[in-house]
Design a protein around this ligand. Structure first.
Ligand code: NAD
Length: 361
């Protein structure tokens, strides 16, 4: 079977980590007899430099025609001074809108062998952490009405960003979270700020309605300030955590830190059907770009999520994930996850080790 994959290497370390993920996918393709056809497109700062736009029309077209998209990272200081709509990060919002990606799935898993990299006490971590954060991606304050205005007071110019959610928007993300919970430990924690925000009160009432269709799943509600605290105090209480665009942005980064390194965590952005965009949660890490220091594991695990979710290739996805675990158990580490007694390797060598560790029995 042939699969069309659009590759967005992007900026900074993006091209380095995408290169390793592609090598892993090619190895999987050769071994299992799948054909992965890659098309590479420009998005982000590199696209702005080449075309004057961070998301050129032909790049979006390629993504829309493909079965899945694999993205490295975009952005960097060089483009920080540009107006908002020309900045590389605007391309990410454009991709989400253009591809109808309304849900972001971020598994936050603490690998047994990386327990030392976790900043929490070992009694809090216990036997490990495994949280699935489901973040709404196409609504809320990031996409709401925004602007500047001058009021008739002496406080000067005012800026505003509107947080708005419709029943339909909450319902589709809510259902996705409950479906995820059915495949896991059957608990959904819905995070909001219903004591203050009207949009959160609507969010909460929709979640309560959806829960009636999933009697096997336990629903609990948590205010976002408490959730930020509970992730540190007792992260093992969470199974699936579903929340709004902005709260999810913040909480998923917090969850990534308690699992060790930002270089380890994959993510999937999903819409209707099987199509998805897969990317590591980290940014373009300009401080280490081009130095063979980037950890490619988050991107390689994103490729595994793509095989599982978009292509239904469960065995192939597991093969990659188990190879990563074996390499970590073997003591190999990129600089971001290095600890005493381990063997330091670069980006390309980490890719080689993961390819060698795939057993293909
Ligand atoms: P970042 O994630 O790029 O880097 C934060 C820190 O983590 C840095 O010290 C970096 O060296 C380290 N790091 C990140 N990924 C790593 C990896 N794979 N291996 C080893 N170390 C890694 O976040 P930032 O510094 O806030 O942002 C840099 C740029 O990336 C900015 O322009 C930002 O807008 C952009 N950004 C892009 C995305 C995206 O493309 N999805 C996401 C976040 C930030």
């Amino acid at each position: 079977m042939a699969y069309q994959i659009t590759l967005i290497p992007g900026d900074g370390i993006g091209p380095e980590v995408i290169k390793e993920a592609v090598r892993v996918l090619e190895t999987v393709g050769d071994t299992f007899g799948h054909q992965f056809d890659f098309e590479e497109v420009l998005v982000g700062g590199c696209a702005y430099d080449a075309t004057g736009e961070p998301l050129p029309r032909e790049s979006l077209d390629s993504c829309q025609k493909s079965d899945a998209v694999l993205l490295g990272a975009v952005g960097g200081e060089k483009w920080d001074g540009l107006p908002g709509h020309q900045r590389p990060e605007a391309a990410l919002l454009g991709l989400r809108k253009g591809l109808g990606l309304y849900a972001n799935l971020r598994p936050a898993i603490l690998h047994e062998s990386l327990k030392n990299a976790c900043p929490l006490r070992s009694d809090i971590v216990g036997e490990g952490i495994d949280i699935c954060i489901v973040r709404e991606l196409m609504g809320g304050i990031y996409f709401g009405e925004k602007g500047r205005r001058t009021n008739n007071d002496d406080m000067g110019e005012e800026a505003f960003d509107v947080e708005a959610y419709s029943v339909g928007e909450v319902e589709r993300i809510g259902r996705l979270a409950f479906e995820m919970a059915l495949k896991r430990d059957r608990k959904v924690t819905s995070v909001d700020k219903a004591n203050v925000l009207e949009s959160s009160r609507l969010w909460r009432s929709v979640m309560i309605e959806i829960a009636k269709d999933y009697p096997e799943v336990t629903l609990e509600h948590m205010y976002v300030d408490n959730a930020a605290m509970q992730l540190i105090r007792n992260p093992r209480q969470f199974d699936v955590l579903v929340t709004t665009n902005m709260f999810g942005d913040i909480l998923s980064d917090e969850a990534s830190m308690i699992t060790g390194s930002i270089g380890m965590l994959p993510s999937a952005s999903l819409g209707e059907g099987k199509f998805g965009m897969y990317e590591p949660i980290h940014g373009s890490a300009p401080d280490i770009a081009g130095q063979d220091k980037a950890n490619p594991i988050a991107t390689i695990l994103s490729a595994a999520m793509m095989l599982r979710i978009s292509f239904d290739l469960e065995n192939e996805a597991k093969e990659i994930e188990e190879a990563v675990t074996r390499v970590l158990e073997g003591g190999y580490r990129t600089p971001d996850i290095m600890s005493d007694g381990c063997k330091l390797v670069g980006t390309a060598e980490m890719g080689n080790l993961i390819i060698q560790a795939m057993s293909f029995e």
